[in-house]
Design a protein around this ligand. Structure first.
Ligand SMILES: CC(C)(COP(=O)(O)OP(=O)(O)OC[C@H]1O[C@@H](n2cnc3c(N)ncnc32)[C@H](O)[C@@H]1OP(=O)(O)O)[C@@H](O)C(=O)NCCC(=O)NCCS
Length: 178
């Protein structure tokens, strides 16, 4: 397994094609048909964590960003992950777990974030819980084209980094969700 973290702006057209092919493999039409139909405007990632297998094939991806958000009104610098996906042929080998751990190390050592936040669908909650993430049960406010709204499409989860991660209260992501 080989893992790199690359600024999204540095990805070449070939890198982007490779990531697009992974997305298409993960989100095939039959998988898309099982997902809730929602219209969400998402924030773009700033870094891509890419995992390759021993044959140099791209097998897993995690997108990362940092943001100053408001936690109960207090400005807080956090990390976010999204776009977690592993090729259907390569699942259950720890690739996504390794990518998520790499993201956490980078956020903690290189960016000094207070905590890390993601949003996911209910079936994936146990997966992240096994990796040490916890549900955030407060209100999550996000920007959408029409203004700031409570985000109820997916479930927020948090992982402590330099600080504790809040479990309740009000978090305003001060921008589009990820
Ligand atoms: C979720 C996903 C990223 C996991 O990728 P992966 O590389 O197979 O993950 P890992 O190898 O680190 O972990 C796999 C383990 O998690 C378990 N797991 C996977 N999805 C799970 C879920 N929804 N609930 C509980 N456990 C789950 C697997 O059974 C496996 O267990 P094992 O190690 O005991 O065999 C992958 O299944 C995927 O791409 N799914 C579709 C996209 C998606 O849902 N992404 C998450 C968006 S928030």
């Amino acid at each position: 397994m080989r893992i790199d973290i690359t600024p999204v702006e540095d990805l070449s057209p070939a890198d982007r094609d490779e990531l697009r092919a992974l997305t298409i493999a993960v989100y095939s039409p039959d998988v898309i048909a099982t997902l809730p139909a929602t219209e969400v405007t998402w924030a773009p990632s700033q870094w891509a964590v890419r995992v390759r297998d021993d044959n140099d094939r791209l097998v897993s991806h995690v997108g990362m960003l940092t943001r100053d958000i408001a936690v109960d009104g207090v400005s807080t610098y956090i990390g976010g992950i999204g776009g977690v996906k592993t090729h259907p042929d390569a699942r259950g080998r720890g690739y996504a777990a390794a990518a998520i751990r790499t993201a956490k190390s980078f956020f903690t050592a290189e960016r000094g974030v207070a905590f890390i936040l993601l949003v996911c669908l209910p079936p994936t909650v146990p997966y992240y819980e096994r990796l040490g993430w916890q549900r955030y049960r407060g209100t999550l406010l996000v920007a959408q084209p029409g203004g700031t709204i409570p985000f109820t499409t997916n479930l927020p989860m948090v992982l402590p980094a330099h600080g504790e991660a809040p479990r309740d209260g009000t978090i305003n992501l001060c921008g589009y969700p990820w």
